[in-house]
Design a protein around this ligand. Structure first.
Ligand SMILES: *Cc1c(COP(=O)(O)O)cnc(C)c1O
Length: 397
């Protein structure tokens, strides 16, 4: 018999009743150290008092009015985002997937508005993840996500992850006079913490500029302070035309956004897009508090420092367990442990030592703790991962 909840997830046999900071308490009272943060969502930890205060204050006043009316909380969050980014304007969604939908629509509409309705093709990369809507799965194109869901939305071109000069030449060749946009994650999350080198992002920006193509960055996972900059692309010194954010921006409350330059957004006129819930007062009250905390340069400096510390500890972990791990990758507190064994086995061994991590593609286990993790919690987390690796080694022996 089918379970009452549609069985589309491979869930661990764990459930939690409460959380505090980087800690989660399971139904049996066991405390787990959370290095997954709800897949990079709980950027400020569980039950963060400042977010609880922002949410409950708003909850007692007003939840939802719809976008038929002005929403001051939305305007406030938009102003914070515009002030701290390349963007001139923001549209709020409830998720990353919805942000991907709008990013695609906005890019096509831009060229349509510029008398080039033939420019509809979007160049995307293998290993990408942009969400699970029909548009987002067509954009990412992975066989695992699209099988049986066709016909897919047309107009996407999928390129190999750029590693060699030949791959770069293939990118240049793929951007033609039918190309509307290039979409990519500065650091692939689901794809296995694959970092796009700064030079490559710069090259893509140049290519887009010379061809009149829009650059869409998906910062749903790598944005909002995760890499030690407010947005990951800042490391490369470039800016996109359109950017998707979600996950960390709500700190656990469902919220996403599309940020864009005035030029890229110029064809998104009244009536061209909408959402019932997107940017409602509850979500935006929380999002504004998250932004105020995360965008503080002192907070981001701490993310960098702690990212460096965690990385150093993880390098030592890899060196101590060369049969389990191969290396560390990523930036800031968006790190990946490349494994020599199945990542799912490493994650499962972590459960045994009461530490939570997240599997990804490309043989990687993701380490995405709350950005508020303390130094002693970093040390404790790596001790637990070390014990998990020792258990795996003993099993293999
Ligand atoms: C999670 C994710 C999405 C989809 O976001 P949802 O909120 O699950 O719809 C899109 N892009 C990236 C890079 C993501 O990590």
């Amino acid at each position: 018999m089918i379970p009452a909840v549609l069985p589309t997830y491979n869930r661990a046999p764990l459930s939690f009743v409460s959380g505090e900071g980087v800690w989660l308490t399971a139904t049996d009272g066991t405390r787990y150290l959370d290095l997954g943060a709800g897949i990079a969502v709980n950027a400020l930890g569980h039950a963060n008092p400042e977010l609880v205060a922002a949410l409950t204050a708003q909850a007692g006043r007003l939840w939802h009015v719809s976008n038929l009316y002005q929403i001051p909380e939305q305007e406030r969050l938009a102003a914070l985002l515009v002030d701290r980014s390349f963007a001139d304007t923001v549209f709020f969604t409830n998720s990353g997937t919805e942000a991907a939908e709008l990013a695609i629509k906005m890019a096509r509409r831009f060229h349509h508005g510029n008398g080039r309705p033939d420019r509809v093709e979007i160049v995307a990369f293998e290993g990408a993840f942009h969400g699970r809507s029909t548009g987002a799965i067509a954009a990412a194109g992975s066989e695992k996500m699209v099988a049986g869901f066709g016909p897919l939305m047309p107009g996407f071109v999928h390129l190999k992850w750029p590693e060699s000069e030949a791959d770069h030449a293939a990118i240049r060749a793929a951007v033609t006079d039918r190309t509307c946009a290039v979409i990519l994650e500065p650091i692939q999350g689901e794809g296995g913490i694959r970092v796009v080198p700064d030079q490559c992002l710069k090259g893509l920006r140049d290519l887009c500029d010379t061809t009149g193509t829009l650059l869409i960055l998906d910062e749903v996972q790598c944005g909002m302070g995760r890499t030690g900059r407010l947005f990951a692309h800042e490391w490369a010194g470039i800016a996109p035309d359109i950017m998707m954010v979600a996950k960390g921006i709500g700190g656990g409350f469902p919220l996403g956004a599309v940020l864009a330059t005035e030029r890229a957004a110029e064809s998104m006129t009244a009536g061209s897009h909408g959402s019932t819930y997107g940017g409602n007062p509850l979500a935006c009250a929380v999002g504004a508090r998250v932004m105020e905390i995360v965008a503080d340069p002192a907070f981001l400096a701490e993310v960098n420092r702690k990212g460096g510390l965690l990385r150093q500890r993880l390098e030592a972990l890899v060196a101590a367990h060369p049969n389990v791990f191969e290396g560390v990758r990523g930036q800031g507190l968006m790190l990946g442990l490349k494994c020599r064994i199945a990542p799912a086995d490493v994650v499962r061994a972590g459960y045994g030592e009461h530490v939570l991590t997240v599997p990804a593609a490309d043989g990687v286990v993701r380490i995405l703790p709350p950005l508020t993790i303390a130094d002693d919690e970093i040390a404790e987390a790596v001790r637990r991962l070390d014990r998990a690796a020792a258990v795996l080694e003993a099993q293999a022996a």
